[in-house]
Design a protein around this ligand. Structure first.
Ligand code: MG
Length: 307
């Protein structure tokens, strides 16, 4: 773990540095408050800072106040160091946002114990951040296919639809449904059905453009959002998706399954935000037309903005 030592007394600084290094910490030094602030605001700052109270430039408590005011993504654990023994000073230091306080001359045993406590708090915080990030990802992913789930793709749709209304650009949506999926499940069993869903989701994801989004809309239904795309562009992408699914069978341990998808395409430039939800139902209606037309084909919604 990296620790910043900021102290204007070269001797104090050197003794601390040598001691901390002996304990296995990596030390970064600053000889005044200004340099300390620069290091803490720099790239990959140390997680823990031992700040002398009185320093030229900025004092320890001033650095605390500034850091706490910033609402940083990563917490910096701050230990103030001072010859002041006054209880009132201690209270002021903690009120400035310090986590701990060590009196000078430093009792090394005490410092070692307190550093361990600080290190533990920082480690717990790292774990919390990692868990929160994992939960965030889980909440937006479909557990089976790993692509966006329904809530997440609808949230993206809302954002893209509003953006296209604002910018006056066309938005295309593709509603894709695996043909005869129930039959696949009935014939080969659910594990094969799941493998088909995963495989098709990956094929779709790797076929769309980087700025498009794919989500699992329902059981065997996928929704694709194509920002800045008109009906012709949406139809071209739909045809690529249809081909990429139909061209090679899905091969799983036990089976080789020929799969196809039907796709409904709808696109428009929104006049106002009341029309947003219509786009998806238009794509849905077009999808049913594709099913009626024999499946493994695409259909463009009649209301879509003329090409
Ligand atoms: Mg000093």
């Amino acid at each position: 773990m990296r620790i910043l030592i900021a102290d204007d007394q070269p001797l104090d600084r050197t003794v601390l540095k040598m001691t901390l290094e002996k304990w296995g910490y990596e030390v970064v030094e600053a000889e005044d408050g200004t340099e300390a602030m620069k290091i803490l605001n720099g790239e990959s700052p140390p997680g823990l800072a031992i700040l002398d109270w009185m320093m030229p430039g900025l004092t320890g408590p001033e650095i605390c106040l500034e850091l706490r005011y910033q609402e940083r993504q990563r917490y910096t654990y701050i230990m103030l160091l001072s010859a002041k023994d006054d209880k009132e000073d201690l209270v002021r230091g903690m009120a400035a946002g310090a986590d701990d306080y060590v009196s000078k001359p430093v009792d090394l045993h005490e410092l070692q114990v307190r550093l361990r406590a600080g290190k533990r708090i920082l480690e717990l915080q790292e774990e919390l951040i990692a868990t929160r990030e994992e939960l965030r990802v889980q909440a937006t992913r479909d557990f089976l296919t790993g692509i966006s789930n329904r809530a997440s793709i609808m949230e993206k749709f809302d954002a893209e639809a509003h953006r296209s209304t604002r910018e006056g650009t066309s938005l295309a949506v593709l509603m894709c449904d695996i043909d005869h999926f129930k039959h696949i499940n009935d014939t080969h069993g659910h594990p094969v059905g799941d493998a088909v869903l995963k495989d098709i989701a990956q094929r779709m994801k790797s076929t769309v453009r980087p700025y498009d989004s794919v989500g699992r809309f329902g059981g065997e239904e996928f929704l694709v959002l194509c920002p800045g795309t008109d009906a012709a562009g949406g139809a071209a992408l739909a045809e690529r998706l249809r081909t990429v699914v139909a061209s090679t069978p899905v091969v799983t341990g036990r089976a080789r399954v020929q799969v196809s998808v039907s796709i409904g395409v709808a696109a428009r430039i929104f006049e106002n935000t009341d029309e947003l939800s219509q786009l998806i139902s238009e794509a849905d209606t077009a999808l049913y037309a594709a099913k009626r037309n024999g499946r493994n084909c695409i259909e463009i919604a009649p209301a879509s903005t003329p090409v």
